[in-house]
Design a binder for this molecule. Structure first.
Ligand SMILES: Nc1nc2c(ncn2[C@@H]2O[C@H](COP(=O)(O)OP(=O)(O)O)[C@@H](O)[C@H]2O)c(=O)[nH]1
Ligand SMILES: [Mg+2]
Length: 304
């Protein structure tokens, strides 16, 4: 399946919602105050933020009312405008600059898809690279096992501490192993729940500091994983994690399971953080490098 087909097939919940409503709004009608108002409501319902909706409405306002196939022109205009917003956020894959070693720290709330996404990404790293996966979500034994299963499946080395060991200390030990045994990648999984968000973020800051202190040579990236089904609530999470953690890139998962996929555009518009991948399903191959063009055209049910 082509990459475009993957976007198109798996973004259907959002794209069907958008395209069918836009079709209803504009069929046999003109671009006027009434249809624009309808369009506005449709876009807002797809969890696209007001500032973005305003931009999109302004671009559609310019569509010539004499245009023959008005719905098609509206869809094309929206796709183009969305692509312009998303283009600067194309983050590229983890292996970009693939001569560099990398340490990736995955953060995000519980259930956002961190562990699964680590498994999927590690699976895409060429087998000649040495990958170490470290379980720093030490509060739940099941979390460690879940990550271990992925490491096993991908034939990656796996490092875990003792139950309830301080996550920063597990991160410290795994970084030492990474340094000594000359790995190419260290991928660190973390917990997404603590007594409160401030404690969680503080713990992650501590973990990151420990890793940076004993490894000053390697690129250290903080990857924020967001659950796409949360729609516009994802923005709150970017605020919480982004404030102290200097997030390097964002991955938005579960876009296959939601009609609120438009929220990705709101994030891209509001933050300058690159979006590296999107999760379009549960299977290993359903994690794909983010593409502004594929995403925007799929979202409006257009062809490649
Ligand atoms: N449909 C779908 N499910 C996903 C995707 N990514 C993760 N999941 C599921 O979301 C659930 C939580 O994922 P997990 O990796 O355990 O989240 P964590 O708590 O952040 O580590 C699991 O059942 C995953 O299979 C995705 O892109 N699409
Ligand atoms: Mg997990």
């Amino acid at each position: 399946m082509s990459l475009f087909s993957k976007f198109k097939n798996n973004l259907q919940k959002t794209s069907n919602f958008l395209s069918s409503n836009i079709l209803t709004s504009f069929q046999n009608k003109k671009v006027n105050a009434e249809t624009l108002e309808e369009l506005e409501a449709v876009l807002i319902s797809a969890d696209i933020s007001l500032d973005v909706v305003e931009k999109l409405i302004n671009s559609v306002r310019k569509v010539k009312t004499s245009d023959q196939d008005i719905t098609k022109t509206v869809l094309l205009t929206l796709a183009k405008e969305i692509e312009i917003i998303l283009q600067p956020r194309e983050g590229g894959s983890v292996e970009e600059n693939n001569n560099n070693k990398k340490i990736l720290i995955f953060v995000g709330v519980n259930g956002s898809g961190k562990t699964t996404t680590i498994g999927k990404i590690a699976n895409q790293i060429p087998s000649e690279k040495k990958v170490l996966i470290a379980a720093c979500d030490t509060f739940r034994a099941a979390a460690i096992d879940q990550l271990k299963d992925w490491a096993h499946k991908n034939q990656n080395d796996f490092f875990s501490g003792n139950a309830n060991q301080d996550p920063a200390s597990v991160a410290f030990q795994s970084t030492e192993k990474f340094n000594k045994e000359n790995y190419d990648y260290l991928i660190i999984d973390t917990a997404g729940r603590l007594s409160n968000n401030t404690n969680l973020v503080n713990q992650l800051v501590k973990l990151k500091n420990v890793v940076s202190k004993i490894n000053t040579q390697t690129i250290i990236e903080t990857v924020l994983v967001l659950d796409g089904t949360n729609g516009s609530n994802m923005i709150k999470q970017v605020e919480i994690f982004g404030k102290e953690l200097n997030v390097s890139s964002i991955i938005i998962t579960k876009l296959d399971g939601t009609a609120k996929g438009g929220a990705l555009i709101s994030i891209a518009n509001k933050y300058e953080i690159p979006i590296s991948y999107v999760g379009l399903g549960e299977k290993t191959e359903d994690l794909v490098v983010f593409s502004a063009k594929n995403f925007s055209r799929s979202l409006l049910n257009l062809e490649e």
